[in-house]
Design a protein around this ligand. Structure first.
Ligand code: MLT
Length: 327
């Protein structure tokens, strides 16, 4: 009698274990490599963050996180791919501030731009105002004067409507009240190739993609878009110092999963992300690129969701006043 009672108690106790009620797919996740969709071309800043963080997360999860670049349409093609993927934890999205601007810029999308599970925030990348190395402007003020003189003869490279480089470029043109010619690419990796070759004039791009070219003298930096100067570029003035405090923008990045992904998988992925953000190699490489990891309390699903929704509310009036929609 006692044995039967003990066995029944053991069954009841096992059924109450957190893992026991999980959908089968969530138990022991991941059982195979995980695909991380980056919605921009390889070689750009989003790709760089994704490869660094995915490698560190893979060590914690015991499975590779394999980055797949799905560029185009300002990052919406890659986001659409994940929105329609099976919610089984094997397709994730690493994206940036575009997740807050796309719901505003694109009024007709084949997917719900807010229809994702949040996993956690990763880092916020500063932006740099950079020009081709033979550009006549040697200061930000000279660049402003040049843009006002050249207007549509000045070309600014970006990664399409919804990209961080496009957002910063739109802000610049709006604040100068001067339209430029914008040249979209599938990412600022390819755009940087054109700037390095002197075939485009100006970019506003993340330090992740620009710091090493700046230090090599291959492009010229005229300003950073952060409230304070950057340790990695201490001699470069901020847009606030230069009299343009409204041109202040940091490109936050986060991890997402398809809506309906089991909470246990989301929590396990978020724990691996927080471990990755404490990884010495990630911290050191981030610092070289001008990045700092988000604090642990922001690398959680709830904090990420709250921040994302606040960002959509913040950018809506700004983008509506700029009046530049994708459709
Ligand atoms: C952007 O401008 O959104 C990014 O730089 C795109 C990219 O990572 O290539």
């Amino acid at each position: 009698m006692l044995r039967r009672a003990l066995f029944a108690a053991a069954i009841l106790a096992a059924a109450s274990l957190p893992g026991a009620s999980l959908p089968a797919a969530a138990q022991g996740w991941p059982q195979r490599p995980v695909s991380v969709i980056v919605p921009f071309a390889a070689g750009g800043p989003t790709d760089a963050v994704a490869r660094l963080v995915s490698e560190a997360m893979g060590k914690d999860l015991g499975q590779n996180l394999i980055v797949e670049n799905v560029g185009g349409a300002g990052g919406t093609l890659g986001a659409a791919r994940v929105a329609s993927a099976r919610p089984d934890g094997y397709t994730l999205l690493l994206h940036h501030i575009g997740m807050a601007t796309i719901p505003i810029l694109y009024r007709r999308l084949p997917y719900d731009p807010m229809g994702f599970e949040t996993i956690g925030l990763i880092t916020a990348a500063p932006m740099t105002m950079v020009v081709r190395k033979d550009h006549p402007a040697k200061t930000f003020q000279e660049l402003v004067a040049w843009i006002k003189e050249k207007k549509e003869d000045a070309n600014l490279g970006n990664a399409g409507l919804g990209a961080a480089s496009q957002l910063c470029g739109t802000l610049l043109q709006y604040l100068l009240q001067t339209p430029m010619t914008t040249v979209p690419f599938r990412g600022t990796g390819p755009a940087m190739t054109e700037l390095l070759a002197g075939r485009i004039d100006v970019m506003c791009d993340q330090t992740t993609n620009t710091v090493e070219h700046i230090k090599a003298g291959a492009i010229r930096v005229l300003a950073v878009t952060t409230p304070a100067r950057l340790p990695v570029l201490p001699d470069v003035p901020t847009t606030t110092e230069l009299g343009m405090p409204d041109l202040q923008i940091a490109i936050w990045h986060g991890f997402y999963a398809p809506k309906g992904t089991p909470a246990a998988i989301i929590e396990r992925a978020s724990a691996a992300l927080r471990t990755a953000l404490r990884d010495d190699k990630v911290i050191a490489r981030f610092a070289e690129l001008g990045l700092t990891p988000e604090p642990q309390e922001r690398a959680t699903p709830a904090a990420h969701r709250a921040f994302w929704e606040a960002e959509v509310a913040k950018w809506r009036p700004v983008l509506q006043s700029a009046g530049q929609y994708a459709d």
